[in-house]
Design a protein around this ligand. Structure first.
Ligand SMILES: Cc1cc2nc3c(=O)[nH]c(=O)nc-3n(C[C@H](O)[C@H](O)[C@H](O)COP(=O)(O)O)c2cc1C
Length: 419
């Protein structure tokens, strides 16, 4: 009935369902990512999907026979076996029709039978025109599926079939892969049921990422070295745990994570506005962005020129608003969990942790993730090392590891504090 592959120590078994949407061709890249990272993948297209991408493509890329029907290879009862033995079922793209069938338990082809027999985590990545996505029938089907523990990834906004744009685009395959891999890893690490792993389902979380820039003139700015990677890892991890995620990104050059609403900002003032408006109903806010503490008092609307006498211009700075303190002391929701980040170096007044404890008290947030950035080691790196301090006096040491791993440990702390 359950994770046969994992218990046998063999490659994780993934069923990749492909429904009949224009984005079916993107599932070829998703398939490659799974196979190249050591997964055993069976592709189950619908008959409509085969109108877009033929069975030979799926068979050649997966190295397995492909059928949309329950009538092929009946001696192996594929209509129940595939679902029963899968470690993960991912459907990308999931059409409006597929969502409706799955929500209502219809089983008229191999993919819908597999969805009924699967007891492993199920990830659906819908893609369709905005009108179809926003239709109350689709919204109700999505709600039903989510209530049953299915992870339905929000579609992206952007170019749709033809010239139109809007919400309904399939997120980039590389990003769907990240979500799916995360869901599979958590399930294999012990979150035994699909619902158990989605401990942020029904929650709206806001994450800020990147470093703000304060303009000096049309070509120059004051900035910092934050890459946004930790914030993006937090957003990805929250999606994989079922959250609705708004990511406020300041000058980040990374692909949009799947299922995330991304709001782009440049300065600390813009970051503040975007965070305040996103946090109104949020259950949790994680401020992983590095806002500039100061901005130039004056913005020159022409490029500041070099002086002939070699003298340097003087720049006067003023303090920016303290966003973390503001959202912590004037909480939009008293029960929201607010997390700050402190990139610290120790100094004559105290150690990194002394300074961080003082900062936690000063800001009034619930958790403070402390990075020792002496030497600039953390910036732009895929790894991190931190201590998660709690306002209740707790301290969780996070040894050197991936930013994705730290992201999950932060969400673990948030989940225990959500009422
Ligand atoms: C050119 C074309 C593009 C389509 N794109 C989508 C799409 O992106 N999303 C969707 O839900 N339906 C789309 N459809 C409609 C589906 O193909 C149709 O609902 C079909 O019955 C889906 O079958 P399935 O859910 O079994 O795959 C498209 C149809 C055509 C002809």
């Amino acid at each position: 009935m359950t994770s046969a592959a994992s218990s046998a120590g063999s490659r994780p078994r993934v069923v990749l369902g492909v429904a009949g949407g224009i984005a079916a061709y993107k599932a070829c890249e998703l398939l490659r990512r799974f196979t190249e990272s050591g997964h055993d993948v069976t592709v189950v297209p619908t008959a409509a999907a085969l109108e877009f991408v033929g069975a030979p493509t799926w068979a050649a890329l997966s190295g397995k026979p492909v059928s949309a029907e329950v009538w092929d290879g009946v001696h192996e009862v594929p209509h129940v076996r595939l679902g029963q033995t899968a470690d993960l079922v991912v459907v990308a793209p999931a059409t409006a029709d597929l969502l409706a069938k799955a929500a209502h338990g219809l089983a008229d082809d191999l993919l819908t039978n597999t969805l009924l027999t699967a007891r492993c985590p199920v990830v659906l990545a819908p893609a369709m025109h905005t009108e179809m996505w926003e239709h109350p029938a689709t919204a109700a089907n999505v709600a039903t599926l989510r209530s049953r523990g299915v992870l339905v990834v929000e579609p992206a906004e952007g170019r749709l079939t033809g010239a139109d744009t809007g919400k309904g685009r399939l997120p980039e395959p590389a990003e769907i892969f990240e979500v799916a891999r995360d869901v599979l890893a958590r399930s294999q690490a012990g979150s035994s049921s699909a619902t158990g792993a989605l401990d942020l389902a029904g929650c709206h979380v806001v994450v800020s990422a990147g470093g703000t820039r304060e303009r000096l003139d049309p070509v120059r700015f004051l900035g910092n070295r934050s890459s946004g990677r930790q914030g993006y890892a937090l957003a990805r991890a929250a999606v994989a745990r079922g959250a609705e995620v708004t990511l406020v990104a300041a000058n980040v050059d990374l692909p949009d994570p799947a299922g995330v609403k991304v709001v782009r900002v440049e300065s600390t003032a813009e970051l503040r506005d975007a965070v305040l408006s996103a946090t109104a109903g949020a259950d949790a806010v994680v401020m992983a962005a590095a806002p500039a503490d100061f901005r130039p008092t004056q913005l020159s609307d022409v490029k500041i020129k070099k002086a002939d006498d070699g003298s340097a211009p003087s720049i006067t700075l003023q303090q920016n608003p303290d966003i973390l303190k503001e959202i912590s002391t004037h909480r939009a929701r008293p029960d929201a969990v607010i997390v700050g980040f402190a990139a610290e170096t120790g100094d004559a007044t105290g150690s990194v942790l002394d300074l961080a404890r003082a900062k936690l008290a000063r800001k009034g947030c619930d958790l403070l993730v402390v990075n020792d950035v002496s030497g600039g080691a953390v910036f732009g790196s895929a790894d991190n090392e931190a201590v998660i301090l709690g306002a209740d006096g707790s301290a969780v040491d996070v040894p050197h590891g991936s930013k994705a791993a730290l992201a999950h440990l932060i969400w673990d702390q948030v989940v225990t504090r959500l009422s």
